[in-house]
Design a protein around this ligand. Structure first.
Ligand SMILES: [Fe+2]
Length: 441
């Protein structure tokens, strides 16, 4: 028997037991009146109190709504999926994956007037601005694969680009939906086998896929835990598909074996495609289930010469890299990431980093001892504000209070004092990704 407690059930990884709605939240500092909308973040919160892996708990949304320089409410709500409501089985009687069953615990994204809670194993789950669940969304029956939790909205066309991956063929399918919310294109992408594909990227002319050596393992699946492991045999490749083309046009480039959960952004420059990623040297080698260290790297894909140069941009350990969403697919100057600490899974750091790719420098906001931030999400001060002109929002766990704050940083004064700290009455367990969801125009 394994006597080591699972990290994801300890401390602030542990699930909270109640759904609450809170108003009259204490605020230190002042909330910018330009914030009109809500910050919502998703994360695992197993309803039974336990799950075999951090990635497998039921999704819970945590949101704070802003209006007129005040925080109107904090709410946390389970995503009421069929897995949550009915304990519905993941597989059909025929042995295929039931795409209407998933934990919806990874991200929450607004697109075409809808809000989706996402997990990469199932269809999107639509939720409301008040965090109530509407149900599964399948683009009018047209989406027949799971949807990644990391779709990309092109800021110039409003299109939603995404993919679905599966342990059974087709292993990888690319999809594009138009700005109105209609699924416009679905094409299979040929890959040698089933790998875990968490994220991807777009540039103005390309869709970029990562086929990395974390492969499906049936024995792990049958054991009921994360069914993927490192492979020394599979190899590692990055694929470029011209936007709007057929999948047969994907061109693959060999890279050094590694794993990447998250892309910061990608863009084109002088005939090269740049992809900034949080790169792990390896992940989940059999017998080694934890996480190694991820560092910011840049792949420079030379399309003409057919090779990829890989540069490490920083030696600090990071995760949850983000940029100003208005720069997705375009050259970015700034990026934001959580600065984690070396080693064990539960070892989170107390700082966020802001990278400046023009100067090569970085600013660090350290929240202080016992104050641990999650992913930082950039919110522009207005639709016409420049890159970095706005705020970075993050939930910060405060060990002294055993509760969390929503902290607002001025992105241009990143290392300085917080603009506002909203004290929540409860913990927001460490989770995954969130979005700023503005009021409808
Ligand atoms: Fe992710």
């Amino acid at each position: 028997m394994n006597a080591t407690p699972l990290f994801h059930l300890q401390g602030n990884y542990a699930p909270v037991k109640e759904e609450i709605s809170a108003t009259d939240l204490p605020v230190l500092g002042s909330i910018p009146s330009g914030l009109k909308g809500r910050y919502v973040r998703n994360g695992p919160n197993p309803k039974t109190g336990s799950s075999p892996h951090w990635f497998m708990g039921d999704g819970m949304l945590h949101g704070v709504e802003f209006q007129n320089g005040s925080a109107r409410w904090y709410r946390n709500r389970y995503v009421r999926t069929r897995a949550f409501l009915e304990d519905a089985p993941t597989f059909t009687a025929e042995g295929t994956r039931d795409l209407t069953v998933g934990v919806a615990n990874t991200h929450v994204v607004a697109y075409a007037g809808k809000i989706f809670a996402l997990v990469e194993t199932s269809l999107p789950t639509e939720v409301t601005r008040e965090l109530e669940t509407r149900g599964c969304f399948d683009f009018g029956g047209r989406l027949t694969t799971p949807m990644t939790a990391h779709p990309k909205i092109c800021p110039l066309t409003g299109e939603l680009h995404f993919f679905g991956y599966s342990f059974a063929p087709p292993y990888l399918t690319y999809h594009r939906a138009d700005a109105s919310g209609a699924l416009a294109q679905s094409v299979e992408v040929q890959v040698p086998g089933p790998t875990m594909i968490h994220d991807f990227a777009i540039t103005q002319h390309h869709v970029i896929f990562m086929d990395l050596p974390v492969v499906f393992d049936l024995e792990l699946a049958l054991a009921g835990t994360m069914p993927y492991r490192w492979s020394d045999e599979y190899g590692a490749r990055v694929g470029l598909m011209p936007r709007g083309s057929r999948a047969a046009a994907v061109r693959w480039f060999e890279i050094a074996p590694c794993y990447v959960f998250h892309v910061l952004n990608a863009f084109e420059q002088d005939g090269e495609v740049m992809v900034d990623v949080a790169r792990y040297p390896e992940l989940w080698r059999p017998g080694s289930p934890g996480f190694s260290r991820a560092e910011l790297h840049r792949w420079r894909i030379d399309i003409e010469r057919g090779h990829v140069r890989e540069d490490r941009l920083d030696d600090r350990v990071i995760e949850f890299p983000r940029c100003d969403e208005r720069r997705i697919s375009l050259r970015h100057r700034y990026g934001y990431a959580v600065h984690t600490e070396d080693g064990a899974d539960a070892n989170r750091g107390t700082a966020l980093i802001k990278y400046d790719r023009q100067t090569g420098g970085a600013a660090v906001h350290d929240f202080g001892a016992g104050r641990v931030p999650g992913e930082g999400v950039f919110v522009p001060a207005s639709a016409t504000a420049g890159e970095d002109e706005g705020w970075v929002l993050t939930y910060v766990y405060d060990a002294a209070r055993d509760a969390s704050d929503l902290v607002i940083l001025d992105a241009t004064g990143f290392a300085g004092p917080a603009t506002a700290t909203i004290q929540l009455p409860v913990r927001v367990p460490y989770g995954f990704h969130g979005s700023w969801i503005p009021d409808p125009a």
